[in-house]
Design a protein around this ligand. Structure first.
Ligand code: SAM
Ligand code: SF4
Length: 342
């Protein structure tokens, strides 16, 4: 199937939150399950949600469609690992019909393990870019950090994405004592492959059993200073409405992103909300307030109740997040990243 041809369609006026921010970006977790067990993300023996609590693909399609009707222009599918959800390609097919019909971009964040199977279809369904998480290029370290993952499968997946014409952005979680020594090799590899690269500061999300994220915390201010020892960094004005900030390395022309929710406050330009795989709408990644969208989805065949619930929730989107390591456990979010979608 060919990618749908974008057509000019009247756009919905976006929802505006109490701080005058238009909400145009939705991230949706389509499953809490994953074929990896990254040490900073999950405990090895995770208790996953009962299947009946998950939204069906049809419910996810209705929900995403309602958000597009209400002015969302960018949809990012995440998880857990979105590509392990059964029949997820049918969901992408349905959502691809909204491209050019209110929706500007359909994209996903993945660990890359299933891209070998699905990259071509994703491209056919109008996906143009994909974020792939990759924290190391060392086989043993990859197996250690993901517990269940194997590096060659992910590298093959990334190659399949590139071959299918998808633009790849690599997301690397900066981990003290783990990938500090790979800063420049990751950079070189991305430059050689033509991939953008973004570093993420580890966030205090969910109990991961045993590990302490303060031990894993490598501040990006330090990472950036190390980059500046070798390269000239020019900050870029580019903003996505999210926590990422970008620089260009003048010597190579590479664009490097930094996601630093703990050391910077990026909330004033926030344009996004998140829906979990159970249909909970989180208006802020760093706050516990949420709205149940599963009941209005299940209780009513039409979308009006659902849309009313979305509007009511956006009307109480908070001004900013509440991450704070200094408050210890009190400042830690109880839910896992795989539940809300990273
Ligand atoms: N499974 C997919 C993947 O790994 O890309 C999508 C979901 S994953 C939860 C999304 C992103 O969140 C990944 O880039 C992952 O590295 C990041 N992540 C998970 N736990 C994190 C944490 N505690 N702090 C910072 N980033 C985290
Ligand atoms: Fe799975 Fe992604 Fe979490 Fe790793 S970061 S365990 S790949 S959901």
């Amino acid at each position: 199937m060919n990618a749908p041809t974008p057509q000019i369609a009247p756009r919905a006026t976006p929802l505006i939150d109490p701080f005058a921010r238009p909400i145009t970006y939705l991230r949706v977790s389509v499953t809490d399950r994953c074929d990896f067990r990254c040490t900073y993300c999950m405990a090895e023996h995770m208790q996953f949600l009962p299947k009946a609590e998950l939204l069906t693909l049809e419910e996810l399609e209705r929900l995403c469609g309602a958000f597009v009707d209400l002015g969302v222009r960018k949809l990012r599918i995440t998880g857990g690992e979105p590509l392990v959800r059964r029949n997820i390609m049918s969901f992408f097919e349905v959502m691809s019909r909204r491209l050019g019909q209110g929706l500007d971009e359909l994209t996903l964040t993945t660990n890359g393990s299933q891209l070998g199977r699905f990259a071509r279809q994703l491209a056919d369904y109008g996906v143009r870019r994909v974020n792939v998480s990759l924290d190391t290029l060392d086989h043993d370290k990859f197996a250690a950090i993901t517990r269940w993952g194997r590096l060659p499968q992910v590298l093959d997946g990334i190659a399949a994405a590139k071959a299918a014409g998808l633009r790849v952005k690599i997301n690397t979680v900066a981990l003290k004592g783990f990938n500090e020594d790979e800063l420049f090799s990751l950079l070189d590899w991305c430059a050689g492959e033509g991939h953008d690269l973004t570093f993420i500061e580890v966030m205090p999300m969910g109990d991961i059993g045993g590990e302490d994220r303060l031990d894993q915390y490598w501040p990006l201010s330090d990472l950036r200073a190390r980059l500046a020892e070798r390269f000239t960094l020019t900050p870029l004005a580019e903003r996505t409405g999210g926590p990422a900030r970008y620089v260009r390395l003048e010597e190579t022309g590479q664009k490097i992103g930094f996601i630093t929710p703990l050391t910077h406050n990026f909330c004033e330009s926030c344009n996004r909300v998140r829906v979990t795989c159970t249909g909970e709408l989180f208006m802020c990644l760093g706050q516990e307030d949420r709205a149940d969208l599963r009941s209005p989805l299940r209780d009513s065949p039409g979308d009006e109740r659902l849309k009313d619930a979305i509007r009511a929730a956006i009307a109480r989107k908070p001004k900013g997040h509440d991450f704070d390591y200094s408050r210890g456990v009190g400042g830690k979010m109880a839910r896992h990243m795989s539940h809300t979608g990273g």
